[in-house]
Design a protein around this ligand. Sequence first.
Ligand code: IFM
Length: 458
Amino acid sequence: MSKNSQFPKDFAWGVATSAYQIEGAAQVDGRKPSVWDTFSARPGKTLNGDTGAIACDHYHHYKADIRLMAQLGVRHYRFSVSWCRILPDGRGKPNLAGLDFYRRLVDTLLEFGITPHITLFHWDSPQALEDRYGSWQSREMAADFADYAAIVVKHVGDRVTHWMTLNEIFCFTHLGYSHTGDPPHAPGIRVKTNREVWQTSHHALLAHGLGCQAIRAASPRPCSIALVDNPLIPVPISETPANIHAAYKAMPYLGTNGGILWPALTGAYSPQLLKDLGADAPEIRDGDLRNIHQPLDALGLNIYTGIYVRAADNERGYEDLPFQEHYPRLHMPWLWLLPDALYWGVRHIAATLGQPNLPIMVAENGCAAWDTVNSQGEVIDTERILYLRQYLRSAERAVSEGYPLQGYFLWSFLDNFEWAWGYDRRFGLTYVDYTSQQRIPKASYYWYAECIKQRRVV
Ligand code: IFM
């Protein structure tokens, strides 16, 4: 495929959101608090004290939102189910009103010809389980997650066939628990050791594995199951054989890659990581890795940025090259513009994880920009178009080189509650006026609609 050629006809064009970030209706129809309700209500934990209590009030506006989604032309929508709407106490008796909301949501999507892709966990775990056993600090969380997953699948599995287990394990574990300072994400628990932090991500991996088994057992139809991860992507500073090799070497070392993606896709923590962790490695019980390493139908990658690396004459064979202060970035401190990360993220799965045939979906890509409504009532977000255009070109490159990249979910359909940054950071294709709940499609919405229509980067 040349630089401006078309994506394949069956390429899945989509948008993504998550429950706590858009739904609101925090106390409606039997829902009880999640850890994010509790955390965001604590003074100083989120910018301006923002919480997801109302958010985009999507719970009440979902029909109009889906109509707007259909007008955009997407045929795929990734959203998450709120565990504490389904099981307000985390376990036990399901809340039928919660299940009914998702059934109505799914039915509306299907009416508009949009395929639902359900993420079962996008960070908003029930506060009741935090109170009971410290949520991800306990192995019990994995079994409770699997039970919850089975309930959702039994309820809507006759009409939903695309499942994603957990979103970004690193964020809700390593950013939710810390041994070095106050963690920026819920539940915001400071533990004593690094080993305890790694134990939380190990329990999350176990939840993924048991969840996969539960979904397959409960689904009335053959279905697709994916994990969604946000690995740190090494990008060779120039594509010379030496630097490409350096990027391959770097992949298992960077961030938490070796302790999340590696066990999930290969059935083992990377040996380099275990060596580095030493006594900080989590307790891994007999059978855990077998449970974690489940066959997957797809892998979801959330790719926003990456890190440049180059070959180096050291024991590891690479060095990473931190961004300089004036390197371009979007409206988040970590959102460095590095479009090639999307291509390299896909390529690493084949090259360094040895999975050349595993279908890949970009489950999130997008950016926060400095959006404002102009005097004509429009939002002209050219920074976002600049960003997205380059990342989509990178996706096009991956497809044209034969990597199994099958879809792309743009984050996000709506501006929403951006966790510790509250409503200050806007990632949407659609501007949300949080006072009136008015939706205004931004310039990027119309740009993306045209890309979808033409199946090319416009
Ligand atoms: O808003 C988040 C999302 O919940 C998880 N991935 C990254 C996004 C932007 O920070």
